[in-house]
Design a binder for this molecule. Structure first.
Ligand code: Z15
Length: 811
């Protein structure tokens, strides 16, 4: 049924009926919606399989270089809709289901999101896989099959409550267990030296091990019959042990190994941009890296006999420092198992690995205590020591006598393993994720490394896949765009620029805003169903959806809402364009201020939404359990995209691009990829405010910002801050928001008060701009028309051409 022209509705119906019978022993009219979802998914999978096999045959035959995208996180979201879109059968399946009296949206809603990621970093990995397959590049995603993904968020009494995400409860129709590729991964014990034919051999002994078993998920390219693989590893106990045949020691070891296997893949750590330093996390990292690297080497050796040329056929992209142990693991395999000399192995390793940096936030930098690292990975640690020893010599040769350089750059220092330093030393490329971010890396965070090896550093500005975030998420706008300029944009987003000729066309403006309106109605319905709040689709939908973090400044947004409310109460006749402030955010389970901010947003929402005296001029909505599937609804419905991080802190941001693609105007700081968004759309077509990255970094250097100065001089700021501690939003506990108040007044690490006036003024510009309907429509359309650069297809082409040197496969 792959191609539109060959889709056979009757055949599809028969398959569906047969699947429901095979899986559930039911007829279609007796099946639950969940069962029908499963049956549809199996029909779609059936279509994928042949292409999947053919793709991998072609890879083997053409012997092209392969990228392994190593990532602790893949935030895939739902697969069914996306797969049907990329197989070009979405409309056909929808119509066929309609003929059977079934609603595709309801069926899609049955699928749990595959939430094997926290936020931006994990979603970027998912967009990259979509682009790699669509562009026809040989690629594997390598990760972990967490039993529980990102927690589900419930809001109870305004507070976040975390609920386990049992995403595999009904099974995962798209995955395939590949038991034949299982490998062993070893932890702990000690290293013994043995002599083998006159050569020292290092052998790990007294270890515990687990069996790593891969599960493969298909990654369907758009309309090109290519199917790549996301390989996620599960852990199983190695020994099928027989209770009575073991002595005490062996029995205990067997039980311990069972426990290890059970715990390793149990749950995703729910911290975004923050390092927790837990032993189990390091186990997870080594577990999936060792398994992936072992398989990559074994696969290479099936068809090649010179391991010294490994890097000609394989490249490992390390998604942040989380997979960095790959550098040492590859060295271990090359030296200990393949018998290469150190220098040969190091050359292969350095030509294989490449590292992407995603943050400059200090609390996100990975540093492992040597005690822990060496205990858990004794042989790998020895190798890290040797890498460090040689690296320090390199530094000394380049900067003789400069102890300061060694202190700043060594991999092992102060009892810790600094993963970023290992990643940089062991890679042929180090990249940032937006131009500004890369410049900050070169000039500040990684300056010493840049000075020593400038040739490694480069930028790859992030992107997003238009197949999910426009074609699937906003079908009305997608078909309007196709009507205007054809459908080339689906695989070549630059084509959106052809929309520019329509921005002054009144009819087009009306059509564009009418689609926006319908999407706002769709979101309003979702909000009514989930929050019980009535929102007016004619109001401005002003959205901030992203992980909750102080640097992202959701607090500034809600403080501004509190200010607006004060204004409305003081001047009941104030003429403002009605606004709906929409928030969506998960806070890391142990992040106190972040959770308190969620409570504040909900407290403000409760008060304002239930105050009839303001005539519904402002509404506040906190969308529970923000995730990929409901994100698609929000991007499509947004008028304003809040991208208000403290300048220099957001490495790139990718939500900013999803909003832009769907015609929302950016209200933002000159941070991350916002800089490039403004460059594409023109600064008159965005609402930019606040300190620049330079100014922020200057204040940080000099320590000469005092938030009390703002407090003393700004009556509006004083009023909203006071309302945090006088019970205005928490009469039952006036001190409830004291911690937020204190953080702002004592340090204001993220310059919230300093940027407040400028933020307020930018909001005024929005209010004024929205009153000119035509001009707003033109500007909104211009967002979509200018979003071409932000396709992950562009990003991946840059990685493939400038770093990986991949060739496309031909089918
Ligand atoms: C994460 O989501 C990001 C960076 C990290 O270091 C971690 Cl641990 C998680 C985000 C950045 O905050 C965001 O600015 C960027 O767009 C995204 O990665 C993808 O590069």
């Amino acid at each position: 049924m792959i191609k539109k022209d060959t889709f056979d509705k009757e055949k599809f119906k028969k398959e569906l009926e047969s699947n429901v019978r095979m899986l559930f022993r039911r007829n279609l009219d007796e099946a639950t919606t969940q069962q029908i979802y499963q049956a549809v998914a199996y029909s779609v999978k059936d279509d994928i399989i042949d292409n999947w096999i053919e793709t991998h045959k072609a890879y083997e035959k053409q012997d092209k270089k392969m990228v392994y995208y190593m990532s602790m996180e893949f935030l895939m979201g739902r697969a069914l809709g996306n797969n049907m879109i990329n197989l070009l059968c979405y409309d056909e399946v929808r119509e066929t289901l309609e003929e059977l009296g079934l609603d595709m949206n309801l069926i899609e809603d049955q699928e749990p999101d595959a939430a094997l990621g926290n936020g931006g970093l994990g979603r970027l990995a998912a967009c990259f896989l979509d682009s790699l397959a669509t562009l026809g590049y040989p690629a594997y995603g390598c990760g972990i099959r967490y039993r529980y993904g990102m927690f589900k968020q419930k809001i109870e009494n305004g507070y976040q409550v975390e609920v386990p995400d049992n995403w595999l409860k009904y099974g995962n129709p798209f995955e395939i267990k590949r038991d034949e590729y299982a490998v062993e991964v070893k932890f702990g014990g000690y290293v013994d030296v043995e002599m083998h034919n006159g050569r020292q051999k290092f052998v790990q002994k007294g270890y515990q091990s687990v069996r790593a078993v891969p599960y493969d998920m298909p990654i369907v390219g758009y309309g090109n019959h290519i199917v790549n693989t996301l390989r996620i590893w599960d852990a199983e106990a190695i020994n099928n042990f027989n209770l009575d045949s073991f002595d005490k020691g062996e029995y205990e070891k067997a039980v311990e190994q069972e426990n290890l296997a059970r715990t390793i893949c149990e749950v995703l750590y729910p911290n975004d941009n923050h390092m927790a330093g837990k032993e189990l996390r390091l186990k997870q990292q080594y577990f999936f890296i060792s398994a992936s690297v072992q398989r990559a080497v074994a696969k290479y050796k099936q068809t090649h006999d010179d391991i010294r040329k490994f890097h000609e056929k394989v490249t490992f992209q390390l998604n942040d420092t989380h997979p960095t142990v790959a550098v040492a693991e590859l060295m271990r395999i090359l030296v200990d198992e393949e018998g290469l000399e150190w220098d040969e192995a190091w050359e292969v390793t350095r030509k294989t690995c490449a590292y992407t940096n995603h943050t400059i936030m200090a609390e996100a930098l990975e540093k492992w205590p040597i005690e822990l690292f060496s205990r858990l990975l004794p042989r790998v640690y020895q190798i890290v020591e040797e890498i460090n020893r040689r690296f320090v010599i390199e530094i000394q040769n380049k900067y003789p006598g400069d102890q300061e350089k060694i202190r700043k750059m060594a991999i092992l220092y102060d009892g810790q393993v600094r993963m970023a330093h290992l990643a940089i030393a062991g890679s042929y490329s180090v990249n940032g994720v937006a131009r500004l971010h890369t410049e900050i890396l070169k000039k500040r965070e990684l300056r010493d490394f840049y000075e020593m090896m400038p040739e490694k550093f480069n930028n790859k500005t992030n992107g997003i896949t238009q197949r999910r975030f426009l074609l699937h998420g906003n079908p009305l706008l997608a078909s309007w765009v196709t009507d205007k300029i054809g459908d080339d944009w689906i695989t070549n987003l630059d084509h959106l620029k052809h929309l520019k000729v329509y921005v002054d066309d009144e009819k087009c403006q009306q059509e564009f805003m009418n689609i926006k309106y319908q999407n706002k109605v769709r979101l309003a319905k979702y909000i009514k169903e989930h929050n019980g709040i009535d929102v007016d689709p004619r109001s401005i939908f002003d959205c901030q959806v992203k992980r909750l973090h102080e640097y992202k400044r959701q607090l500034m947004n809600i403080l501004h809402v509190m200010y607006l409310y004060n204004e409305l109460k003081a001047h009941p006749d104030m003429d403002i364009v009605p606004r709906t402030f929409i928030f969506g955010a998960k806070a890391a389970a142990g992040y106190y201020t972040a959770k308190l901010t969620i409570k504040l947003i909900n407290a403000v929402a409760d008060k304002i939404n239930n105050d009839p005296s303001i005539n519904g001029k402002i509404k506040v909505v906190f969308i529970e359990d923000y995730r990929v599937s409901n994100a698609e609804l929000i991007f499509a419905a947004a008028d304003v995209s809040e991208q208000i991080s403290t300048a220099s802190k957001e490495a790139s941001g990718t939500g900013n691009m999803k909003f832009m693609l769907n015609g929302a105007l950016t209200l933002g700081t000159m941070d991350g990829a916002n800089v490039e968004i403004v460059e594409e759309v023109g600064k008159d077509n965005a609402f930019i405010f606040g300190l620049s990255a330079e100014q922020v970094m200057e204040y940080e250097k000099n320590g000469n910002y005092n938030p009390r100065d703002v407090y003393n001089n700004n009556q509006d700021v004083r009023q909203v801050l006071t309302q945090l501690v006088n019970g205005f939003y928490s009469p039952e506990n006036p001190e409830l928001f004291r911690a937020l108040y204190d953080a702002l007044l004592e340090k204001d690490t993220y310059f919230t008060l300093l940027d407040f006036d400028s933020y307020k003024e930018a909001h005024n510009r929005i209010d004024a701009a929205y009153r000119d309907e035509q001009h707003w429509a033109r500007t909104a359309m211009l967002q979509t028309a200018s979003a071409g650069k932000f396709s992950s297809d562009r990003t991946i082409e840059e990685y493939a051409k400038e770093m990986w040197h991949l060739e496309k496969v031909t089918l």
